[in-house]
Design a binder for this molecule. Structure first.
Ligand code: SF4
Ligand code: SF4
Length: 125
């Protein structure tokens, strides 16, 4: 029985576009192991100091969200390091529901059934 009310495989990866994905030392160690590089190399290649944090995930351009996590697969819209992803990614969204996914479902329902949006939004008519 699935406990989550969202499906990451059916989402373009909004949470991976967050500008500040904070990495702990442990995250970098796991990342380094997964990428088969040293801690120092992983820290240098995949993280940067910003927003008051010692290490946040580096990002790259993305047509969908502007910028997205360095490890995100741009075409397949998924994490390429799922098994070694940082703790913050494992914990997100932290509840059984994901607000963005709800929003996405709402938009998709609207596209499939225009009546759905017009009756819910109470537009001018
Ligand atoms: S947690 Fe939410 S925003 Fe992130 S990939 Fe899953 S459904 Fe999308
Ligand atoms: S490590 Fe994976 S789950 Fe975390 S932000 Fe990057 S692509 Fe998304």
């Amino acid at each position: 029985m699935s406990k989550e009310k969202y499906d990451c495989l059916n989402c373009p990866g909004y949470c991976c576009s967050y500008p500040v994905i904070v990495l702990t030392k442990r995250d970098v160690t796991r990342l380094a192991k997964g990428q088969d590089v040293s801690f120092e190399e992983a820290e240098k290649r995949f993280t940067r100091k910003d927003h008051g944090y010692k290490r946040i995930m580096k990002r790259k351009p993305d047509a969908h969200y502007g910028r997205i996590c360095h490890f995100f697969h741009l075409e397949e819209r998924r994490c390429t390091i799922y098994k070694t992803r940082p703790a913050i990614c494992r914990d997100f969204p932290g509840t059984k529901k994901c607000g963005y996914y709800d929003f996405l479902q709402f938009e998709r329902n609207g596209q499939e059934d225009p009546e759905y949006v017009s009756t819910t939004h109470h537009d001018e008519d």
